[in-house]
Design a protein around this ligand. Structure first.
Ligand SMILES: [Zn+2]
Ligand SMILES: [Zn+2]
Length: 280
């Protein structure tokens, strides 16, 4: 039904063939159109500062979707948040979390992904998994350490750096300025209604994954070499041993990769549209 959906939606958009279009529709209205064509509506990167429901519109999705909120089965966490952060908001306890790659270019596919239990690969089965129905479910979320995301922390546009204080940053502690692009962490800190993050029983594990391009010393040539040997990035990040990797790219880079993939690297938080940085 995607063609019919697009046709109807093109009445509300300037150019249906481009991504990220402005529309006069509210989420409350949009969900009816989505349902009419047998789709489901999943708010994307729900916490980012410029274009998202929590980041830019409301403290609760309930305020937007009202009595239709029970038709929102899932939210997409986005690169700058993770399960633990999102589970600080109680209305999300009964929703599924998706970790999608938001890949606007091919190499970025699978920088985040969901492991699902389904009978076959079909839209119907995937919807069941998202709804947590008939035993179908999300088994695990694989995603970035949210600190690596582009909007994890508030960012001072004057100092040109993210602000890594423990509380929500609404002003810059360096220059005192208020020219701030809000961070996902900071936004959740302000709107959360739970004292601490506690995930419901149905919540699958969130497994951190550091894409190779984030790891210091790993450039294009090194990645090509690694892929020649291990075939996929997932094999390198989740299966290869330090010895295996060392045999291909040497001790120093192997150590960096292992530190990054086992959570033993320091990360400078991203913000303001700039990705976080792994510093070994
Ligand atoms: Zn996107
Ligand atoms: Zn500043």
């Amino acid at each position: 039904d995607i063609k019919a959906f697009s046709k109807e939606l093109s009445k509300h958009l300037k150019n249906i063939t481009l991504s990220t279009q402005h529309s006069d529709l509210s989420g409350y209205e949009l969900i009816d159109i989505v349902e009419k064509y047998n789709g489901i509506l999943i708010p994307a990167h729900a916490f980012t500062p410029h274009k998202s429901y929590y980041g830019n519109c409301v403290d609760r999705l309930q305020y937007i979707f009202k009595e239709k909120f029970d038709k929102i089965f899932a939210i997409e966490l986005g690169l700058s948040s993770d399960t633990s952060l999102a589970d600080e908001i109680s209305e999300l306890e009964t929703r599924t979390f998706l970790t999608n790659s938001d890949a606007h270019s091919l190499p970025r596919i699978a920088r985040e992904y969901n492991k699902m239990l389904v009978e076959d690969i079909s839209f119907k089965e995937i919807v069941k998994a998202i709804k947590n129905e008939d035993g179908r479910k999300i088994l695990a979320n694989y995603g970035l350490d949210p600190k690596l995301g582009k909007y994890h922390r508030s960012f001072c546009e004057d100092c040109n750096d993210s602000i890594e204080i423990t509380e929500a940053a609404t002003t810059c502690p360096r220059c005192g300025g208020v020219n701030i692009t809000f961070g996902v962490f900071d936004r959740i800190e302000l709107i959360k209604d739970k004292k601490e993050s506690k995930s419901p029983k149905h919540r699958p594990p969130y497994i951190y994954q550091v894409p190779l391009t984030f790891i210091p010393g790993v450039g294009g040539k090194t990645i090509d070499k690694l892929l020649d040997n291990f075939e996929t990035e997932m094999n390198i990040l989740h299966k290869a041993s330090q010895d295996d990797i060392e045999a291909v790219v040497g001790e120093k880079i192997a150590k960096n990769i292992i530190n990054a993939t086992t959570g033993n690297a320091k990360v400078h938080s991203g913000g303001g549209g700039v990705y976080g940085k792994v510093t070994i």
